[in-house]
Design a protein around this ligand. Structure first.
Ligand code: GCV
Length: 616
């Protein structure tokens, strides 16, 4: 038995499932039977009926007075968790057959084999240390339980920036990897690895060129040995030609040629090749006002629409940049009908508070799916926010984002408030009014963070590299910069037809909406337009006053949030974390407010209409 009762790691939303997991579980349906039996007790245990062709789908019915979960081998496990959660949360049982909207629900982990996690804010890697797979089996099983109960079915284990010896995972370390895969199999979670495009060079070949037969053979051999060791292996994820790392462009080949070569090597085994569209190679010069990194991905990939093989998924970040608080949706998501696309979001809060500041993501994903249309993409993927901290996600509330990601991947029509409430109810034992307080602030948290960091679509005013805390000109003169171009008269980037013409990458209706000052949403105003500080906003305020007001309001709302949240009767270990992080959030919000307001006051010379303190 893996005893999770008195273990050192937290139960998150699995509070109701406290039974130790037997080590002998061999399949998802066995896990389903175990979970139901442990929760309902022998006389009330719902029956489980496996109908293999149902796959991930399930149905919950009442037969002769007893509940029955029927579904595919993995479907019954999802059904079991749905039943357990409905019982624990006191909510209605799902009716009719439930089928996930996206078959691929991928958690991408930026874990390095030295145990560090790129952009990790909740401790070291749960499974890597000292160049090896190194983990507590019980913790991995509990992780499998968390992932399956949220609906996540693929875990990509290593950083997309593949650092040695991660390459060895698909070579000498395959037996270790197979043992690890075995721990997650009873939870229906399949493994994926990030592959290094240049690997053939490291292992004796003199090229990594896509069209080279030796290279093609090398990858086929690799695939054969990986699937021999792990027959249900999910596939590879690749980041290529980015940040000076090699890719097909280095050999004069297109990204479709690069992706298809790898896809063909893994196709015989049913593998999926996730190719990341985040190609960070557009260097800029701040003196040049026409080059615009926001345009780069579309320019690279749009011409390749229809050129990717069936088993390639092109993974596109939700915005054209890099997981900012507010970006318009990436135009690529709207313009590649002939390509299987995945929408990628970042649970790790790199630019969104680093799991110190509270930032619940469901409202943001609702907006993205509503703008893109759920049927335009074929998979939903997320950069993980997991780490070795006892509570898994550093801030206990950040677990909401992991849970909700799984729910959105299962059903992109998910209501943000409902999923937040479900998470709160499964995680804590609060009275209704207390639960309302928690849900209210979680739902507002993104807006609050946006107000004190980057209102009106102005992103990137963060401390370079660490990406926490304010630095309005931190990226302003850098080649990797994404600029705000604030001067004494104006701020923002003109991305309209007369500016960089980034708007030109959107379909007609959106293009016109964004280009026209009358219709451009306030939240994206300075993303698309360059405006004077005196510009009259729709609400009657001047632009500079709105900048000041949002920063003052953001800080004040963060204070109100802290005051109310700190009255909640959370378990002591969670409260200690929440309190500690809340204090740091307030310090951060104050810094953002004062630095940003001072920055704009120094430039504009404008006084605050309400006479509040802005430092000189
Ligand atoms: C894994 C951002 C992050 C990088 C990350 C990159 C990516 O730029 O800062 O740490 O690299 O995104 O998505 O590949």
């Amino acid at each position: 038995m893996f005893d999770i009762q008195d273990h050192r790691f937290g139960k998150t939303w699995l509070k109701a499932l406290s039974a130790p997991l037997p080590e002998t579980l061999a399949s998802p349906s066995e896990t389903a039977r175990f979970e139901l039996g442990a929760y309902f007790g022998p006389s009330e245990t719902p029956s489980v009926q496996v109908i293999p062709e149902m796959g991930d789908s399930y149905r919950i019915e009442r037969k002769d007075g007893l509940l029955c979960v029927s579904g595919g081998e993995t479907g019954v496990l999802y059904g079991a968790y749905a039943l357990l959660f409905a019982s624990a949360a006191g909510s209605k049982l799902p009716e009719q057959t439930q089928t996930p909207y996206y078959p691929l629900r991928v958690l991408s982990c930026w874990d390095n084999m030295d145990g560090s996690v790129e952009r990790g804010y909740s401790g070291r890697s749960i499974w890597f240390e000292g160049g090896h797979l190194c983990y507590e089996p019980g913790r991995i099983c509990q992780l499998g339980r968390m992932l399956a109960s949220a609906g996540i079915n693929v875990l990509c284990l290593n950083n997309v920036n593949v650092h040695y010896p991660a390459q060895e995972l698909m070579l000498g370390m395959l037996p270790e990897l197979a043992a690890f895969a075995g721990l997650l199999r009873p939870f229906g979670v399949r493994l994926m690895l990030s592959a290094d495009f240049s690997m053939p060079l490291r292992y004796g070949l003199d090229t990594a060129d896509t069209l080279d037969e030796g290279v093609q053979r090398w990858w086929r051999d690799r695939a054969e040995s990986v699937w021999k060791a792990i027959p249900d292996f999910a596939g590879f994820m690749v980041k290529a030609d980015s940040e000076h790392r090699p890719g097909p462009n280095a050999y004069g080949r297109t990204h479709a040629e690069g992706a298809n070569m790898l896809a063909r090597a893994i196709a015989p085994f049913g593998g999926t090749l996730i190719w990341r569209a985040f190609v960070y190679d557009c260097m800029q010069d701040w003196r040049d006002t026409k080059t615009d990194r926001a345009k780069a991905a579309y320019e690279l990939y749009k011409p390749l629409d229809g050129c990717f093989d069936e088993n390639v998924v092109l993974q596109v970040k939700h915005g054209p940049f890099d997981f900012q608080v507010r970006e318009p949706v990436s135009p690529l998501l709207l313009s590649m009908p002939g390509t299987r696309l995945a929408l990628e979001v970042q649970l790790a809060q790199e630019y969104t508070g680093q799991q110190t500041d509270i930032y619940a993501m469901p409202p943001m994903w609702r907006e993205v799916f509503d703008t893109v249309g759920k049927d335009r993409v074929k998979a939903f993927t997320a950069v993980s926010n997991l780490g070795r901290d006892a509570n898994w996600t550093g801030h206990p509330f950040a677990a909401l984002n992991l849970f909700a990601f799984g729910r959105f991947a299962w059903d992109p029509d998910t209501d943000p408030e409902q999923v937040t409430r479900l998470w709160a109810r499964l995680t804590y034992s609060l009275e209704t009014a207390q639960e309302d307080t928690l849900v209210k602030w979680l739902m507002r948290s993104r807006r609050i963070y946006e107000k004190y960091t980057s209102n009106l679509g102005l992103g990137w005013m963060v401390t370079p590299n660490s990406h926490y805390g304010p630095n309005p000109w931190g990226y302003e003169f850098q080649a990797w910069g994404t600029y705000n171009r604030a001067d004494r008269e104006k701020v923002g980037i003109d991305r309209t037809f007369s500016g960089t013409d980034y708007v030109g990458q959107y379909p007609e209706k959106m293009k016109n909406e964004y280009a026209d000052l009358e219709t451009c949403p306030d939240d994206l105003l300075l993303f698309f337009h360059r405006l004077g500080y005196g510009y009259g906003m729709r609400d009657g305020r001047s632009l500079i006053q709105r900048i000041y007001d949002d920063h003052f309001d953001g800080y004040r709302e963060a204070e109100e949030m802290a005051e109310e949240l700190l009255t909640l009767p959370l378990p002591p270990e969670d409260m200690a974390e929440v309190r500690d992080r809340m204090l740091r959030q307030l310090a951060n919000a104050r810094e953002w407010r004062d630095v940003t307001n001072t920055f704009f006051r120094r430039l504009s010379g404008a006084e605050d209409a309400q006479g509040r303190k802005i430092f000189a």
